[in-house]
Write a new protein. Structure first.
Length: 490
């Protein structure tokens, strides 16, 4: 098959858009700003869900579901929260349609809602209104709940997976008796996200805190994991928020402590979304198509027969089915592609485009010699090996591919992270190579805004493992005790 992908070097944005559609991941829908996630793309999301869901449950969390619609009055109860989301909200005002008598369907003006409903952009308000009925005593705490859902944020400029008006995600919402417990939960879930990104997505991330300007609306602190894409832009891959008592106070959620004292509950929220699929594509893929980490690939191994007759295909099929059964017994997903309408070369190109980690080719000569041709997607290396020991070889190869993808992404990040000490150097580095830039900042939101306005670079995070280092702000010359991480971002 002809992939016809624009190269990353020529036009990274166009390469990404073409790859998402040509690899059958997703497509634009008839609804402006929304996407259809196709089966091949959704299978990756399902693998992400399964891994994350287990990690959440292993840390004591349970799943629940809350309404899609939120009364408008709920948003007005937490001022910074409503301000943060006001421009992105989709609002339901009526509950019925009617025929206008001329064959047209119109909104029934007599069916206006008494109170408008907001299609959830996030669920803090509806959940904390619910928690008020669940919490009376310290015995009811902690509440450790996660929700898998869709949300709507009315984006004007959209891009498949990265930024759409509707997207899929999970959102954790927990309630605690003390601020320390809530902070520990916030940090724990950040570590869960980092573990998932690095060990499942093969994506190295930097753990950090957001500045006040970049915090989640309504949070006291926002923790994040930041990753670097191949075009040198940063992508926020997950966030975990310490909400303090803000939402508990807004919805009057109190509990009686062991000492008999009445106090407001402490809260967290945390989430990742289908944006992670965009990160997966941009961090690893190449000009030939997707490169998927084995742990998240829906097809880890594909077997392609090469034959000249139906009799030869029958013999190859017996071997392929035997290999498939052995791989499945090892929990390795495998597909035997015996479609007779496509030539082997077309299939090779198709699975290269779709990023299948390992490809096996079996021909008549392989049957005679007891060998199999095996190709790995990450390096495109091919070798011929004996049928005996094949399964063990594939198990080892999948582990090696996963690690190699992480190492390659980590090397790229290290080579594209630079320290600068002057504003001129900062702007030069951004324009020449992009990537992460480590620099001193005076801590003021005014300087942060100035840098963003003048360079389009934002403070991605204050790294949690930051060393204390006295210096001066590159813009104002004011004292600084540590560097922060800047980048242009998605």
């Amino acid at each position: 098959m002809s992939k016809g992908l624009t190269s990353r070097e020529d036009d990274y944005s166009q390469w990404y858009n073409e790859l998402v559609t040509k690899a059958d991941m997703a497509e634009h829908s008839a609804v402006r700003g929304c996407m259809v996630i196709k089966p091949y793309g959704y299978a990756i999301w399902e693998n992400m869900q399964a891994a994350l869901d287990k990690m959440f449950k292993d840390t004591g969390h349970s799943n629940a579901y809350f309404p899609l619609f939120i009364p408008k009055s709920f948003f007005s109860k937490e001022a910074s929260h409503v301000e943060g989301f006001a421009t992105e909200c989709a609002v339901v005002t009526h509950y019925r349609l009617k025929n206008d008598g001329n064959g047209n369907i119109i909104v029934d003006e007599d069916a206006k809602l008494e109170e408008e409903l907001i299609v959830r952009p996030t669920s803090e308000t509806i959940i904390w209104n619910t928690y008020k009925g669940w919490i009376q005593s310290y015995r009811d705490l902690p509440i450790l709940v996660n929700q898998w859902a869709n949300v709507v944020r009315w984006e004007m400029r959209t891009r498949l997976f990265l930024r759409t008006a509707e997207f899929l995600w999970q959102e954790g919402h927990t309630a605690h008796a003390t601020s320390q417990e809530a902070i520990e939960e916030t940090e724990r879930m950040l570590d869960v996200y980092a573990d998932f990104a690095e060990n499942w997505m093969a994506l190295p991330v930097i753990r950090g805190k957001k500045t006040a300007n970049e915090r989640f609306a309504g949070a006291l602190d926002t923790y994040c994991i930041e990753a670097l894409m191949q075009d040198g832009k940063a992508l926020q891959a997950g966030t975990s928020h310490f909400l303090g008592q803000n939402f508990a106070k807004a919805f009057d959620v109190k509990f009686t402590s062991k000492e008999g004292k009445l106090d407001h509950v402490w809260a967290t929220s945390w989430g990742v979304s289908t944006r992670l699929i965009g990160a997966l594509i941009m961090a690893h893929s190449d000009d030939s198509g997707l490169v998927l980490p084995p742990k998240l690939a829906s097809i880890q191994v594909v077997i392609v027969p090469i034959y000249r007759s139906d009799e030869e295909l029958e013999k190859i099929s017996l071997l392929a089915k035997e290999i498939s059964a052995e791989l499945k017994s090892k929990n390795i997903s495998v597909k035997f592609d015996d479609r007779d309408t496509l030539r082997p070369g077309f299939k090779f190109a198709e699975y290269e485009l779709k990023g299948v980690p390992v490809r096996l080719a079996i021909g008549g000569r392989d049957l005679e010699n007891g060998t199999i041709e095996i190709a790995r997607r990450d390096t495109k290396e091919k070798q011929t090996i004996s049928r005996e020991g094949l399964i063990a070889h594939i198990e080892t190869l999948l582990v090696d591919i996963q690690q190699n993808m992480f190492n390659k992404a980590l090397k790229f990040r290290e080579e594209n992270t630079r320290e600068v000490n002057s504003y001129e150097e900062f702007k030069t580095v951004l324009d020449e190579k992009a990537g992460f830039v480590s620099a001193h900042w005076d801590g003021s939101p005014e300087t942060e805004k100035q840098i963003k306005d003048e360079t389009k670079a934002t403070i991605r995070c204050i790294p949690l493992n930051n060393k204390q280092e006295e210096g001066v702000c590159m813009v104002t010359g004011k004292p600084s005790i540590q560097r922060v991480l800047f980048a242009r971002a998605y």
